[in-house]
Each structure stands twice: as structure tokens, then as C-alpha cells.
Design a binder for this molecule. Structure first.
Ligand code: UDP
Length: 404
């Protein structure tokens, strides 16, 4: 596991010192962070990296995970999709199951934090146990157009918190409690983002039968309609008329997700007959994701809907020119013609990809700007600073926290 000091070469000693000052200002006040799983998914991934670093700085933080059966997690999965705006049918029984499991957790879980930091809807009802402590609800979901019933249900708990945190301005909602906007982050030292030797990249290209002589266009995403893999193939076909290139569509987890499997099959059908389209089901392998991103000439993220879009952050960090749809958190990251190119259609995506493949200098400049943008805004260290500032703000009435 990396130490705080390891980040100094990337973000500078000043940033590390600033984090240490904030940690000290928390005065070992007990903080308890609670989510629904210790492994798997973005929230657990980030907590697995943040909690040890906070502890290293002397922050008195503990991490707990709520318990629930399959029935509970089926309901929370439904809630998750509903909050993302999908049309799902939520029944009265679903709400009952959620409340029953929450009640058990409320009774059984030790709540010992001065600050209780709750992630996402699964543990939201724990607020029923509040005593004199401060409660924060951190929403990682794009709730810009939520299922009204589920959102109102969740809001019924959120109103009793002291503060809420959303990932992007579009995701926030009118609430009576304080709201903070905190973007997610990537860890520059993780397997997915750290520098890797050229040899590893070459081995990955060989493994997946990719040709080093032709430019590579890549989208790495779950096989999900909202990631529009078929649209990416259409854009590639338009580019291919003019430039001999390859397309990589890589994603994992399709096998255990029936809907994902269907999308994967459609993608394969659409790709058949063109040996330059590589549809790859990848087992969970961060080094290979890293290698494919680094081997690419252009990274595409043609989502129809997106949360923050961490694949874009990862690509920009690797100085890659990106063509991405202007949805969700993507425009926060891709400033058009500065840190990448935004697109609004298949034709627009194709036009932008062509432009980048034809003008290497322009592509390289966008990549460089992208990396700088991520360095300043979307790394783990910035995320740690924002969280500590939120914790501190609960004890300050003013909006300004003095670091002296
Ligand atoms: N990812 C991965 N393997 C895959 C597909 C995706 O490791 O086969 C990773 C990707 O690198 C990123 C995350 O999963 O870190 C996806 O996050 P993003 O915000 O882009 O999309 P989401 O899947 O959360 O909608």
C-alpha cells in the first residue's frame, strides 16, 4: 500500500503538507465511515485507498460495512438503478425489505463516530440512530433525473443529516441541509494508473492480437447500452473509410450480468466481418486496462448517460487525446478543444477521431492539457483534502477555514 509521501513526487510537497495540517485540525475526533461493501465497486475502491492514508496522517477513522441478505441487496440494486433514472418497478415489499434490514443494522451496528460519514442509499437509514454526533450523506450516484418514489423515500432520511455531498453540480437537488460538490478521483499510484513498462504494454497487445502498425481507438466500459458501444462501432466505421485503424471495445463483468451479455452479443454481431474490431471481455485486470489505455491513440467514451466517467479521467491522466460525449461529469473533465474533444453524435465522434488521428501534434497537446487538468482536480489527494474540509466545516459556522 502506498504511503502519503509517495504522492509527493506527483502533487508536490505543499499539497502533502496541507493534508497533514487539515488532519491535525481534526484533532483525532472519531470519524466513522460506513458503506455497503468492503470490496468491489468504485466506493469500496476509493475507501480502500483513502482510509489507510487518513490513518497514516493521524485521523481517527474507522470503516464499517452494513450487513444484509440477498433480498436486501436486490432491493438496493433496484434503488440504485431507479435513482439513476432507469424505469424500474419498485414495490411496497421492496421498501419493507429495505427498512427491515436497516432496522437490524441500526440495532446491531456500533455507532461511535463524532462524525458519521455514510455512502450511498444502502446505509442511509442508519441516521435513525443519531445522537449528538454529526452525519454526512455522500451520494456517488447521478441522481439528476431519479425515480421520484425512490428519491423521495431516500430524501426522507437525508433531511435529518447535517450535510450532503454530490459528485457534480447536475446531480444536486433542492435540500434543506448543506450540500457540497466533490468530484471523485483516481489514484495515480494504483495498478490502473501507475506508470508501467513498455514491455507490459507490448505483452498486452500481443495477448489481444492487436497490430502495432495501425492506430488504436479504444473504449473501455461495461457492456451497457448507456455506454453506446454500437455507436462507437458506427463512428469507427466512418473513420475507417479514410484511415486504416483498429477499434478496441473492452469491458468486463458481462458474463454475470444477463443484460450485459445481451449487449455484448449485439456488439459482436455488429463487429463481425471486420478483423480490426477487437471486442474483448476482460477479467478484472487493472494492469491490462492500464496497458490498453496507454497503447491507444485515441480513447473514446461515447456514453449516452454517464456518472462522472472515471475511464475519461484515467485516459486523460495517461495524456491520451479523448473524444467523449458531453454527458454527466464528462464536460467537467473534457474542456472542448483544450483537454479533449466533446461529441454529440456518431458523426461528431467520427469527425473528432479523424481529426486527432490526422493531427498528432494537436492530439498530443490535448493529452498534455488533460493530464494537467486531472493532476489539478481529480487525484486522490484533492479528494482527501475535500473530505477533511467537509468534516471540519461541520464545526465552523463560517464558510472559511483558516489553515494557520
Ligand atoms: N473498468 C475496468 N474494467 C472493465 C471496464 C471498466 O476496470 O472491463 C473500470 C474503468 O477503468 C473505470 C471503472 O471501471 O475505473 C468504470 O468507471 P466509470 O465511471 O467510467 O463507469 P461506470 O462503470 O461506473 O458507469
Amino acid at each position: 500500500m502506498n504511503k502519503l509521501q509517495d504522492y509527493s513526487d506527483i502533487v508536490g510537497a505543499y499539497t502533502i503538507d496541507e493534508l497533514k495540517i487539515l488532519a491535525e485540525m481534526l484533532q483525532r475526533r472519531p470519524i466513522q465511515t460506513i458503506n455497503s461493501t468492503a470490496v468491489g465497486g468504485g466506493v469500496a475502491e476509493i475507501l480502500n485507498r483513502m482510509v489507510p492514508l487518513l490513518k497514516e496522517m493521524g485521523v481517527n477513522i474507522r470503516w464499517d460495512v452494513i450487513k444484509g441478505g440477498m433480498d436486501f441487496f436486490d432491493v438496493t440494486e433496484k434503488f440504485h438503478n431507479a435513482l439513476h433514472g432507469e424505469r424500474v418497478e419498485v414495490t411496497g415489499r421492496d421498501y419493507e425489505v429495505f427498512l427491515e434490514t436497516s432496522k437490524r443494522n441500526i440495532e446491531e451496528m456500533e455507532i461511535s463516530g463524532d462524525i458519521v460519514f455514510i455512502h450511498d442509499p444502502q446505509p442511509v437509514a442508519l441516521i435513525k440512530r443519531r445522537s449528538g454526533n454529526k452525519w454526512i450523506w455522500r451520494c456517488h450516484i447521478d441522481v439528476s433525473l431519479p425515480h421520484e418514489g425512490v428519491w423521495n423515500f431516500v430524501k426522507g432520511f437525508v433531511k435529518d443529516y447535517d450535510a450532503s455531498v454530490f459528485s457534480a453540480p447536475d446531480f444536486s437537488h433542492p435540500l434543506t441541509i448543506r450540500q457540497f460538490l466533490i468530484a471523485p478521483s483516481i489514484d495515480p499510484l494504483s495498478d490502473k494508473n501507475k506508470d508501467i513498462p513498455q514491455e507490459t504494454i507490448d505483452q498486452t497487445l500481443i495477448k489481444y492480437n492487436l497490430n502495432t502498425d495501425k492506430p488504436i481507438i479504444t473504449q473501455i466500459s461495461r457492456f451497457d447500452r448507456l455506454k453506446d458501444p454500437l455507436g462507437v462501432i458506427e463512428a469507427y466505421k466512418l473513420v475507417k473509410k479514410y484511415i486504416d485503424c483498429q477499434l478496441v471495445l473492452a469491458g468486463g463483468t458481462a458474463i454475470d450480468d444477463p443484460e450485459g451479455m445481451k449487449v455484448y452479443e449485439e456488439v459482436q454481431n455488429r463487429a463481425s466481418g471486420d478483423s480490426d474490431i477487437h471486442v474483448i471481455i476482460m477479467p478484472h485486470n487493472d494492469i491490462e486496462v492500464n496497458a490498453l489505455q496507454r497503447a491507444s491513440n485515441v480513447i473514446v467514451q461515447k456514453s449516452l448517460k454517464e456518472g462522472f466517467g472515471l475511464t475519461v479521467t484515467e485516459a486523460l491522466w495517461k495524456e491520451k487525446p479523448v473524444v467523449a460525449s458531453a454527458v454527466g461529469g464528462i464536460p467537467l473533465q473534457v474542456k472542448h478543444k483544450f483537454s479533449g474533444l466533446l461529441c454529440y453524435s456518431v458523426e461528431g465522434a467520427a469527425f473528432n477521431i479523424k481529426q486527432l488521428l490526422n493531427n498528432k501534434e494537436y492530439a498530443s497537446q490535448l493529452g498534455k492539457n488533460g493530464k494537467e487538468h486531472v493532476k489539478n482536480n481529480y487525484l486522490l489527494t484533492r479528494h482527501l483534502k475535500d473530505y477533511m474540509l467537509v468534516f471540519l466545516s461541520l464545526y465552523y459556522n463560517k464558510d472559511i477555514i483558516n489553515l494557520d
